[in-house]
Design a protein around this ligand. Structure first.
Ligand code: GUE
Length: 281
């Protein structure tokens, strides 16, 4: 058997066409969706990501602003900038690219963003809304993973999903979204003694660790769905995920590639949250 690749670029194109349509309706009413992206410091990967986000905004007809600051920007200055974007009627979503320099407290920054503009879904309120099943902004990466699973036509009800990783941005919200879709969910992490014991029983595996070859073919149940959230470099400097994709393809039924899987969907769900923010306000 060879797993079908779940194409995150194709699914993104389809969803972005729908987002573009919704944006044009708003623009016609004088309310063009607007996203502000703030980048602090010189991390080269972050520069690539924010450029992709701003380009994606243009593609779907959003207004966007990109603000880049040197790594020595003070926390107070950043908080002040966020306060003025909170009050800016042309801006419906605010994204502060992570990670931030050490002297800036990310929690303070996240909580400074108006909850109506928290399109990353990183705030304590958004996390609480997700946990209680209230409407709100879902974190873009796990939200995109759910869309990738849905696109296969798979019904998660009663299935066993294993999430590897417990970050606030991916692992934890991913588990809650799977639970909301009526899966039985196991969260594994660095202190799990026998990871393979869990993943071998999984109908769905989401790997979000940040270490390549975390999930190998012997760890996967035949016919499983595998979602690869990893963003790593192999020995040749090529982008690769957390999954040994070439080998796992012989076992799984569906698998997301890296690049071209979860990454583009993360940006698509950011656009989705932003158009929704504009529709709501
Ligand atoms: N406040 C905040 N929100 C984020 O959503 C956020 C963040 N900070 N910090 C960093 C991570 C990472 N992230 C990615 C988004 C898209 C790709 C992406 O488009 N990846 C392409 C490949 C890009 C390449 O070639 O390097 C792909 O997988 O096909 C990757 C990574 C968003 N993040």
């Amino acid at each position: 058997m060879s797993a079908q690749l779940i194409d995150g670029v194709l699914l993104s194109q389809q969803l972005r066409a729908e987002i573009k349509q919704r944006a044009s309706v708003l623009t016609a009413k004088g309310k063009q969706p607007g996203l502000a992206v703030i980048l602090v410091g010189e991390d080269p990967a972050s520069h690539v990501y924010v450029r992709n986000k701003v380009k994606a905004c243009a593609d779907v007809g959003f207004h966007s602003i990109l603000e880049k600051y040197d790594a020595d920007l003070t926390e107070a200055a950043l908080l002040e900038r966020i306060a003025s974007l909170n009050a800016d009627p042309a801006i419906h979503g605010i994204l502060v690219q992570m990670p931030l320099p050490k002297h800036i407290n990310p929690n303070k920054v996240i909580e400074a963003i108006s909850t109506t503009k928290d399109v990353d879904g990183y705030s304590v309120l958004s996390a609480g809304e997700l946990m209680t099943g209230l409407p709100g902004f879902r974190p873009c990466t796990p939200y995109g993973c759910m869309k990738l699973i849905e696109s296969t036509g798979y019904d998660l009800r009663g299935k066993h999903a294993v999430v590897i990783g417990r970050s606030n941005t991916v692992g934890k919200p991913m588990a809650l979204l799977l639970l909301q879709a009526n899966a039985s969910v196991t969260i594994c992490h660095s202190a799990t003694p026998d990871l393979a014991y869990h993943t071998r029983q999984a109908d769905v595996v989401v790997a979000a660790v940040g270490r390549r070859d975390t999930l190998t073919a012997d760890m996967v149940k035949p016919g499983a769905i595998v979602i690869d959230v990893g963003m790593n470099r192999d020995d040749d400097g090529k982008l690769c995920g957390d999954v040994d994709t070439a080998a796992v393809r012989d076992v799984a039924a569906h698998i997301t590639p890296v690049p071209g899987g979860v990454g583009p969907m993360t940006i698509t769900m950011l656009l989705m949250n932003t158009v929704e923010a504009a529709e709501r306000n």
